[in-house]
Structures are given as structure tokens and as C-alpha cells.
Design a protein around this ligand. Sequence first.
Ligand code: CUA
Length: 180
Amino acid sequence: MAIQPVKGLWWNEPLHRMELIWIFIAFLWGVVMFSAMIYWHIAGQQNLSNEAYRIDPEVFAAKAEAMTEQYQIGEEGDTGVPVVHPPPGSDVYMIARLWEWWPVLEFEKGQSYRLHLSSMDWQHGFSLQPVNINVQVHPNYDLVLTITPDEAGEYTVVCNEFCGIGHHTMVGKIRVVEKQ
Ligand code: CUA
């Protein structure tokens, strides 16, 4: 004996008005959120002007070393890490490797630089504090950020991608000084 539904086409009744209104509100909200995504991408001023190229770690290291040799102005405390003051407008290199950011960079306020980032080993996370600029740094990729620091001061580069036993010690520096 087959069981008959109480009412024949119970699933085919007209929508209640309240349900229809809620479906419409949900749809409208979906459209608003979707538009906000596109709008904020264009108007939110949060997109980094970055480019990425393939590069061998050795080639990148050679460029960073050449820059350091040419524009080194000292050493960072007793760490032995060179401090480099590259000319405004130039290509600047920062190496990420287990477990340091190399070298320490010194920029002039209001000047633009092309900051190249790459890893010598595996993935690291470049997190510039306290301005909170975050990008992923990979081996074999040269990530270029065009930057114009607008405030003098000392910025800390923190690795925010877990990279092993020394991850928490992987801290670097970028200093921004007044125009010279
Ligand atoms: Cu490099 Cu964590």
C-alpha cells in the first residue's frame, strides 16, 4: 500500500509573500557585496603595485650583493648585517633566507624605489610593520614593489610565514630617513 501525501502537490504551493521578500533581500544583498568587491578593488587604495618575474636564487643573490657592495654605509649594530643606502629611483634588493632579511635598507622619505624581494630557500612572508604591508616571498620569483615611503622612521620586516625552527628570529629592518 503506497502512502499518499496529505495534500497532493504540497511542494508546489505559491510562495508566501514574506518568503518572497526575504529571497529578494538576500539576492539584493548578494549584489551589493559583489559590487563592493569590485568597487573596493578599484577605489580602496589597497592594491600593491607589484610585478613578478622568474629568477634564479643565485642571480638574485648576485644582484643583492652587487648593490650592497656599491652602496653600503655601515653595519647594523653588532650583527654584521650591512646597512645599504641605495640611490633614490634605483632597483633595490632584499634577500629572504633562513632566517634573515638581508641587508638592512635605508630609504629617503618621499623618494621612489623598486624593491625586489626573493627567497633563497623556501617560502617566507614579508610583513612590514607597523604599516602592515604583507606579501609572500617565494624562491625563483622576483617580486617587485614600487614604493614611496612617506614617513621617516624605523620599520621592521617580520617573517609571517612559518619557515622552521628559526622563524621567530627572522626579523629585518628598513629605515626611512629625511631627504639628503
Ligand atoms: Cu621566514 Cu618564517
